[in-house]
Design a binder for this molecule. Structure first.
Ligand SMILES: Nc1nc2c(c(=O)[nH]1)N[C@H]1C(S)=C(S)[C@@H](COP(=O)(O)OP(=O)(O)OC[C@H]3O[C@@H](n4cnc5c(=O)[nH]c(N)nc54)[C@H](O)[C@@H]3O)O[C@H]1N2
Ligand SMILES: Nc1nc2c(c(=O)[nH]1)N[C@H]1C(S)=C(S)[C@@H](COP(=O)(O)OP(=O)(O)OC[C@H]3O[C@@H](n4cnc5c(=O)[nH]c(N)nc54)[C@H](O)[C@@H]3O)O[C@H]1N2
Ligand code: SF4
Ligand SMILES: [Mo]
Length: 910
């Protein structure tokens, strides 16, 4: 018997960095709840955080090192010793033959600071390359450049409590209702307390975040710089800039003033396709606001003008003196749980630990001296897009990937996949063997994951929190820092003859202690922090220099900025349109982003059936008018093409999208959806300064496809095993998607479509893998060939009097009804059941007179309340409180509240 106990840690999803209490018995994680003591969330969790204990199915975990010795061979299990000796041998040989820049590391904002530090030291001090970049390149690098250019250092100057203290909030390119839900809850509460608070949302789409907006500027995608300069133009005209602040604390205003003259309201309204009146109102609120806070995320960063967008937004704060005060400032929201830690430890190719620059000789010398090496490499390192290009062209011959899934998340997948398959040696350090990138691993190293590893992370408000270990890692999985250090020691021996002791870390705390000294005296000074202090006093905001009593909630209150002359800088970048424009062949613009309940490539969230209830399969959203023009119906299959790739996917009309724009969630890669996922379509163009790719703007076309043969199946139990067995079969079909459904008992759902029916052998294989070929299975087989019809095959599995699986091939009308029978566990062995049984194999949507109960999507994941039930209650006159009381929806994590509000008061479309 193991005692049940609780370990405090931090959520492993978004950059809000909520504190979680992990309930466990030392072996298994049994539950999670919000940590009431944690200053990010004060006990609350969103739908993802609250279901952490339901994710991470062991059957999907990488458990043992696996190695293959030839690209044509399969990987076989090996031990750590052999795995890391082999890796050290290949890296040492490659470095000896082709130099240190022939190897590269591609790491992640989901690593802990200790992991990050270990990898950095390994790449720069031991290998001698700056080829170490992270997925933060796809995420935060425009914000990094934005802050540094404008303010002198990469530091978001605000605190979460500023959300509560602001009078006007400018939310630009952030769907925080989905992506930073707990901050959105804080904003909801603050606005409820202070109805005079104004919320302005700048987003081409109408998102759930717009539920709080007093003004939604649905700008043409990519036109933010024009809009922000246009606002400044109006502020100047209205005399609403703070000249005293500008004179005392900034430089470069004249050039910006001159530039902003080019952005008069009429021109800006046209460029952005918004009303002049809305632009005026926006500028009016901003100019009159005593406290202006702006929040932004990927709508600004993921752009070929990402740094210009960041700078243009920061310009507004400098021009109005809205920085360094409570309730004001430019506050970039970080995406991943430790995107900030990556920036601090120097984990982009152009950075060094302690907010230093790899291109700065003095900085290199400081770090080299601290690490006890002669020098650090001068040659600039490759950024993510360039790095994969160099892999593709053969310049990089050994690649180490940790905690990121580039075969899903990088743009232009065809090229990325090509590069990965041709690279002589790919190491993938992963917690889940299921990720798309694992397929390309010559060496797969199993990593410990959330709940199993210890260290620190920094959230969006510069707050350092402890991540603690609750249970042991499964199989032979090891912590990321430990893998990096073990490899480093072996590589050192091969490169230098002996191990220097530079990687002799036994505990993550030792890494933290070593790393923090590199921040001493720098803007992010962490030298006063330590595990013991974090233990005693809880999470702390940097800077926290040695001897400090407390952390620093707000920066720049004295108007001094960490630039050479202490002044912040106005940046005058003109508006440039996005790289790819509409044209006759590709008349639509593809926007991509997050859903509420999925996380990136779904390696973790994709193991929890509950998290599919809000969005069961990936749907391409189009404006109703674009649907009509293309003769598309909701749920129909369509083909989306860009210059780089194609995807077959179902479409859905979405009045929140303006004509000419389409939206695809970023989550479904080729594991859950046949094809190379959303990034088959996107382009690798990037911002010239931040090198962040333009993931939100690709020219595409969408057209209906008619596929005659359709297949729909559901099977309960062993979902991961079945998934692995069924996924390869999907390659035979033009379209296929897989997902999970259910709450207590998960089931696998598979949908496929093809121009013609599959061979009997293939169908038999499908049925075998679904467990529908033998046992208590009802069958219907109609060969109907010759009269233009397709053969029809149906299977229904009934165990202990209830339906536990079914497949419909060639004719799928009953799919929703059968799903309902499964979901409701309707008894099929009593009298009523006998009446239903007759209809199970019939070519009907359900028995006559039977009203389809289909719940549709689940809005409230916590209380399991469907959209259908909520609509019905609204029809009976319920308001939000009534819904909460009668159905319980929205009473737990609150993530569904914006969507419920939308049902209560549908927006009036212009
Ligand atoms: N549920 C969930 N939450 C997450 C994540 C997740 O995978 N799932 N991932 C985390 C990570 S790593 C990140 S980086 C964050 C991302 O968080 P967000 O950036 O908030 O999320 P996205 O959906 O990527 O994009 C935000 C919005 O940008 C808009 N947009 C597109 N183009 C433009 C434009 O040109 N201008 C403007 N102003 N807006 C535009 C999109 O319509 C979209 O609504 O989320 C974090 N939180
Ligand atoms: N089209 C489009 N593409 C995008 C975006 C977009 O908005 N649109 N957003 C971009 C952004 S902002 C981001 S941040 C990226 C995210 O893209 P990725 O970094 O590829 O996303 P994840 O799926 O979170 O990958 C993390 C991987 O690490 C594994 N893992 C989890 N825990 C651990 C651990 O403790 N150790 C190790 N070693 N592995 C672990 C997970 O199983 C998972 O496979 O996607 C980018 N790509
Ligand atoms: S908002 Fe949700 S996903 Fe983000 S840290 Fe908090 S609980 Fe985790
Ligand atoms: Mo991100």
């Amino acid at each position: 018997m193991h005692e049940q106990t609780t370990t405090a840690s931090t959520c492993c999803y978004c950059g809000v960095g909520c504190g979680v209490l992990i309930e466990h018995d030392g072996q298994r994680i049994l539950g999670v709840s919000g940590d009431p003591q944690h200053p990010a969330n004060f006990g609350k969790l969103c739908s993802k955080g609250a279901s952490l204990h339901l994710t991470g199915d062991l059957e999907a975990r990488a458990l043992y090192p696996q190695l293959r010795l030839g690209k044509q061979l399969g990987r076989t299990r090996t031990d750590w010793d052999n795995a890391l000796e082999h890796a050290a041998e290949v890296f040492a040989r490659t470095i000896a033959e082709h130099g240190p820049d022939s190897v590269a590391f591609y790491i992640s904002g989901q690593l802990l600071s200790e992991d990050y530090y270990a990898f950095n030291k390994l790449a720069r001090a031991l290998v001698g390359t700056n080829n170490i970049d992270s997925n933060s390149r796809l995420c935060m690098s425009s914000a990094v450049v934005g802050y540094k250019r404008s303010l002198g250092a990469d530091a978001p100057p605000c605190s979460y409590e500023d959300i509560e203290l602001a009078d006007t909030l400018l939310i630009a390119g952030s769907n925080m209702a989905y992506a930073h839900p707990i901050l959105f809850r804080r904003l909801e509460a603050a606005k409820a307390r202070n109805p005079r608070m104004k919320v302005i949302v700048i987003d081409p789409r109408r998102t759930d975040t717009c539920e709080l907006a007093d003004l939604h500027l649905a700008i043409q995608p990519g036109t933010d710089v024009a809009l922000l300069h246009g606002i400044l133009h109006l502020l100047l005209e209205q005399g609403q800039v703070d000249h005293a602040f500008i004179d005392a604390h900034t430089e470069g205003f004249e050039a910006l003033r001159a530039l902003s003259a080019d952005y008069p309201p009429q021109r800006v309204a046209e460029l952005c396709a918004i009303k002049v009146a809305d632009l005026l109102r926006c500028a009016q609120w901003i100019g009159a606001s005593p406290r202006l806070l702006s929040l932004w995320c990927m709508g600004l960063n993921q752009s070929s003008a990402g740094t210009a967008k960041n700078s243009a937004l920061i310009n507004l704060h400098l021009a109005t003196g809205q920085i360094g005060k409570a309730g004001s400032g430019p506050f970039s929201l970080t995406g991943q749980p430790n995107a900030m830690g990556g920036r601090e430890t120097g984990s982009l190719s152009n950075l060094l630990p302690g907010h230093r620059e790899a291109g700065n000789a003095e900085h290199r010398a400081e770090v080299a001296a601290y690490w006890g090496v002669e020098a650090l490499p001068e040659q600039p390192g490759l950024s993510a897009i360039e790095l994969f290009e160099a892999v593709g062209s053969g310049k990089v011959k050994a690649l180490w990937i940790a905690c990121t899934n580039p075969a899903q998340s990088m743009p232009d997948q065809h090229k990325v996949r090509q590069a990965l398959s041709e690279c002589p040696f790919v190491v993938v350090q992963e917690a889940f063997f299921t990720s798309e990138t694992c397929r390309y691993a010559d060496l797969l190293l199993p990593a410990a994951s959330w709940g199993e590893k210890a260290g620190t992370v920094t959230n969006s408000e510069r707050r350092v929190s402890r991540v603690r270990r609750a249970v042991a890692a499964p199989g032979e999985a090891r912590a990321d820092w430990a893998i990096a250090c073990d490899f480093a020691r072996r590589l050192e021996t091969r490169l230098q003859g002996t191990a220097s002791g530079r990687f002799a870390f036994a505990e993550p705390e030792q890494l933290f202690e070593e790393y923090k000294q590199l921040t001493r005296g720098r803007d992010l000074d962490l030298s006063g922090l330590g595990y013991a202090l974090l233990e005693d006093r809880g999470p702390q905001q940097w800077p926290f220099p040695a001897g400090a009593e407390r952390g620093t909630p707000r920066l720049y209150g004295d108007g001094r900025f960490p630039t050479a002359n202490g002044r912040a800088r106005f940046i005058a970048d003109a508006y440039r349109p996005p790289r790819e424009q509409r044209e006759a062949r590709y008349p639509l613009i593809l926007n991509t982003g997050r859903l509420r309940d999925q996380w990136h490539g779904m390696s973790r969230t994709g193991t929890a059936a509950r998290l599919f209830a809000h969005a069961e399969e990936p749907l391409l959203g189009l404006n109703p008018e674009d649907m009509r023009q293309r003769h598309l119906q909701d749920g129909q299959l369509a083909r989306i093409d860009s210059r780089r790739g194609t995807l077959l996917i179902r479409v859905q009309s979405d009045a929140g999208l303006r004509p000419g724009q389409v939206f695809l969630p970023m989550h479904w890669g080729d594991r859950f959806l046949k094809g190379l996922g959303v990034n088959a379509l996107t382009l690798p163009a990037f911002d010239p300064l931040s090198k962040q790719p333009e993931l939100k703007h690709a020219a595409v076309e969408v057209q209906a496809v008619e596929l005659d043969w359709h297949f729909h199946a559901l099977i309960e139990g062993h979902v991961q095993q079945r998934f692995e067995a069924l996924r390869p079969l999907c390659e035979h079909f033009a379209h296929a998607s897989l997902g999970l459904v259910g709450r207590d008992t998960p089931a696998l759902v598979i949908r496929a479509a093809h121009p013609q029916a599959p061979s009997p052998a293939l169908l038999a294989q499908l049925h075998a893998q679904l467990g529908l070929n033998e046992g208590p299975v009802m069958r219907y087989d109609d060969p109907r060939e010759g009269d233009g019809g397709l053969p029809i095959h149906k299977r229904v599995r009934i165990e202990q009097g209830r339906l536990t699986g079914f497949s419909l091939s060639g004719e799928t009308r009953a799919r929703t009804w059968l799903r309902d029978l499964w979901q409701a566990a309707t008894p099929l062995d009593d009298d009523g059941g006998a009446a239903l049984r007759r209809w199970l194999l019939a070519p009907v949507e359900g028995p006559p007179g039977q009203e389809l109960q289909s719940a549709g999507k689940t809005l409230c994941t916590c209380m399991n309340v469907s959209e259908t039930a909520i609509r019905a209650a609204i029809d009976h006159g319920c308001d939000l409180d009534g819904l909460k009381q009668s159905l319980g929806c929205g009473t737990q994590c609150g993530s569904c509240v914006p969507e419920i509000k939308r049902l209560l008061a549908p927006p009036i479309e212009a």
